[in-house]
Design a protein around this ligand. Structure first.
Ligand SMILES: [Zn+2]
Ligand SMILES: [Zn+2]
Length: 266
């Protein structure tokens, strides 16, 4: 399996428009973060998780040429706004209809924002078309690959926590959540790679702050943990040296191949 972090910034993006961005070294490209989305290669399929407003640029920059499955973790704007750009993938896949999975609220938001993509076939050539369904607890990808889902608390809604499993490799992807549930913890245990919400130092009502994320990372005990969905208060070079040795700040364009990770653990 392989994960590419297409975007790693919080809902406003980093740096913030017309903001002070104090303490953020803007000469470091790792501090320029588009909104959070990721691409995971599993069982010979390419799975895109969330569509940031910058999805088009993210796909061009990271040379994403094919998407088999799209998963929307939840219906917030920073994760759904780029879905119209999935039209290009619909255009090139057989049947022109992209499988889209989300939870109930996510699907409601898709219906409200992209009704023209739910007509069963593209309205016209080049239009997006989604085969939208509720994300099951376990989505079989191939004989030895599957994606498991665990709802995570995120304020007045839930986010889909996702655990990708292929053979004995495991990636747990938990963005936009206040805490991990017992099911999420159980699914993520012994993950090779854990991705966690890491908003800012100060507590937030709906996201994990630094101390909460560090505690959750310790509870999961993954080989390696990457923190995502970070605000402009997280300067890469300030925070990276302070983290436990197997924990890191993710950045846009970072790609991790699990087979390489297992050969060179920290
Ligand atoms: Zn978000
Ligand atoms: Zn959110």
């Amino acid at each position: 399996m392989k994960i590419t972090f297409l975007g790693t910034g919080t809902s406003q993006g980093v740096p913030v428009i017309a903001g002070k961005n104090d303490g953020l070294d803007l000469s470091n490209p790792k501090n320029w973060r588009t909104r959070t989305s990721a691409c995971i290669e599993i069982g010979g399929k390419s799975v895109l998780v969330d569509a940031a407003p910058e999805l088009r640029l993210q796909c061009l920059k990271n040379d994403i040429r094919w998407v088999d499955i799209f998963i929307l973790t939840h219906g917030h704007s920073d994760h759904i706004a780029g879905m119209d750009d999935l039209r290009r993938f619909c255009d090139i896949i057989p049947g022109n209809k992209l499988p889209v999975y989300s939870n109930e609220y996510g699907l409601k938001r898709v219906e409200a924002m992209f009704p023209y993509a739910l007509m069963g076939k593209p309205v016209s050539s080049g239009y997006p078309c989604f085969a939208a369904s509720q994300m099951p607890d376990c989505l079989e990808i191939s004989e030895n690959a599957r994606i498991m889902a665990a709802p995570l608390p995120h304020g007045n809604m839930e986010t889909l926590g996702l655990v990708f499993e292929e053979g004995d490799e495991k990636i747990a992807y938990f963005t936009d959540c206040k805490r991990l549930t017992p099911r999420a913890l159980e699914l993520a245990r012994r993950a090779n790679l854990l991705v966690l919400d890491f908003l800012r130092p100060k507590p937030h009502p709906t996201h994990m702050c630094v101390s909460e994320a560090l505690r959750a990372a310790e509870a999961v005990g993954a080989l390696k943990t990457y923190f995502t969905h970070t605000t402009s208060q997280i300067d890469y070079d300030t925070w990276e040296p302070q983290l436990p040795k197997n924990c890191h700040i993710a950045y846009d364009g970072l790609s991790v191949d699990l087979s390489e990770l297992r050969q060179n653990p920290e």
